[in-house]
Design a protein around this ligand. Structure first.
Ligand code: SF4
Ligand code: SF4
Length: 80
């Protein structure tokens, strides 16, 4: 079977759809100008998906979109 036909199997289409769907959903983002680097979001995240640099940085691949950090942030610096 030619390589092009083999790639577009139903299983691969389902996997691609899942990846694209995950990338397109509204994941939380840090508004850098609003972050005061208090670390509250780092402490509350159940996935250890936030690291502190100059401001908080969300590791999107670890985030499960639970919104705990959004609720915890005292500066409203995380939005979805
Ligand atoms: S939404 Fe939940 S999992 Fe994602 S970074 Fe915030 S606290 Fe962590
Ligand atoms: S809780 Fe808000 S202000 Fe504090 S480090 Fe996280 S994003 Fe920044």
């Amino acid at each position: 079977m030619p390589r092009e036909q083999h790639f577009f199997t139903l299983g691969n289409v389902k996997i691609l759809t899942w990846i694209i769907g995950r990338r397109c959903k509204n994941m939380p983002k840090v508004i850098e100008a609003e972050c005061v680097a208090c670390g509250a979001c780092v402490d509350v995240c159940p996935q250890d998906a936030i690291v502190m640099e100059d401001v908080a940085v969300i590791i999107q691949d670890k985030c499960v979109d639970c919104s705990a950090c959004v609720d915890e942030c005292p500066s409203d610096a995380i939005v979805e």
